[in-house]
Design a protein around this ligand. Structure first.
Ligand code: KG4
Ligand code: ZN
Length: 376
């Protein structure tokens, strides 16, 4: 299997990795969180400057940790989109420079495809096998920029069947975190706070339940949280405990919405056409009655996939579905937290699949695709 050096500079992390097949040899992530924290979000020009500083050391460290030299590298993989154009440019230029210098092929990778497949990556020491996935599967990508349900019929063959119509789930958590002055990004801190929250203290309504599709929406939730925070402030009730309660209520609302749509996907008689089980159907659905879905596995990816409560909510949904249909669906999650957030190992994994299909990109046609959709 080929050894691939992979680069990701799509947003605010400068990352480099060495991957062979599905085995991750190294995965270096130089985070810019401390820098962007003061702004409460990512500034593209600042991100670009930081990538220019951090990318070379990240690549050198990735090569060193993997104990490889350039003669052993078969190809260079790089994220071409989606992402911030100035940030993507740094990784792409570096990939071109290295490919010319060491005479290597370049493989262009879609960042969302990489999150979608990230649960398939394995640790060094495990059996290296690119043929393992039980297809079709459903990739659930929940990050700071995206929230998508992607049907995977074959690796490289994707159909997006649902997505957020406004904010991404992580973005919603980050925005509420900013209102509470928790710094950026706020997802993991909210997870910690939610553990101390009292259930049912605040309840946000579940969005998108009357829309008969697989789409999600989080901007209404953000507005509801903003109003609640303003009210609590006015009444001088915004204290540690109410912030914990709010964190729990937010997380619950975001994750329950994802689980609700996931359940509808699994119970749908025709996924491609988005044929949707209606309320009546759901009300009368009895144990063991549901038509088994063709989906065999759920692959969870993206920064928010690191959240243990999200994984629990999804597992609960899969158990409920098993009761209704008799079919057991496995949940695969990335083997480390680093593989959930932005990282280059997932880029290297996708590139390995592409390499095995003989796909590469000419240097002259390699360019940024800030709005690159999966399956395009
Ligand atoms: O995948 P990612 O690193 O970047 C994008 O491609 O967007 O995702 C970052 C997002 C942020 O919104 C961050 O708050 C969220 O992932 N996140 C979490 C957790 N860790 C990171 N959200 C909830 N719980 C976590 N433990
Ligand atoms: Zn990402």
């Amino acid at each position: 299997m080929p050894k691939i050096l992979a680069i990701d500079t799509s947003c605010d992390d400068s990352s480099a990795a060495v991957v062979e097949g599905s085995v991750v040899f190294s995965n270096i992530v130089a985070s810019q969180n401390q820098i962007h924290k003061q702004y409460g979000g990512v500034f593209p020009t600042v991100a670009k400057q930081e990538h220019q500083k951090n990318l070379d050391p990240a690549i050198n460290l990735a090569m060193k940790q993997a104990q490889v030299d350039w003669s052993e590298i078969d190809a260079i993989a790089v994220t071409v989109g989606p992402g911030l154009a100035p940030a993507l440019e740094v990784g792409i230029n570096k990939a071109k420079e290295l490919a010319q210098k060491y005479n290597k092929k370049i493989i262009a990778v879609n960042h969302i495809e990489a999150h979608a497949l990230s649960a398939l990556a394995i640790n060094n020491g495990q059996k290296n096998d690119l043929s393992s996935p039980k297809l079709p599967s459903l990739a659930v990508v929940i990050s700071g920029g995206h929230s998508e349900f992607i049907l995977v019929d074959a690796i490289g063959h994707y159909q997006k069947i649902g997505q957020t119509i406004d904010d991404a789930a992580g973005e919603c958590l980050d925005k509420v975190g900013r209102l509470l002055n928790l710094g950026y990004p706020a997802g993991s801190l909210l997870e910690k706070f939610a553990k101390k929250g009292r259930p049912d203290k605040f309840i946000f309504p579940k969005a998108m339940t009357s829309q008969a599709n697989f789409d999600l929406s989080f901007s209404g939730l953000k507005t509801a949280a903003r109003n609640l925070i303003a009210n609590l402030e006015k009444q001088d009730k915004l204290n540690k405990q109410t912030i914990y309660d709010l964190a729990l209520a937010m997380q619950t609302a975001v994750f329950e919405q994802i689980a609700y749509k996931l359940e509808r996907i699994l119970l749908s008689p025709n996924l491609e056409q988005g044929l949707y089980p209606n309320r009546d159907f759901m009300k009368h659905l009895k144990k063991g009655q549901a038509i088994p879905t063709k989906i065999n596995e759920i692959w969870l990816g993206g920064g928010v996939a690191a959240n243990i409560s999200l994984r629990q909510v999804i597992r609960k949904t899969l158990n409920k579905y098993k009761n209704l249909s008799g079919k057991k669906i496995a949940l695969k999650v990335p083997y480390s937290k680093k593989l959930c957030g932005d990282n280059a190992a997932m880029i290297g994994l996708v590139a390995n699949f592409k390499y095995s299909r003989g796909e590469s990109t000419e240097i002259d046609s390699l360019d940024r695709k800030p709005n690159f959709a999966i399956g395009e």
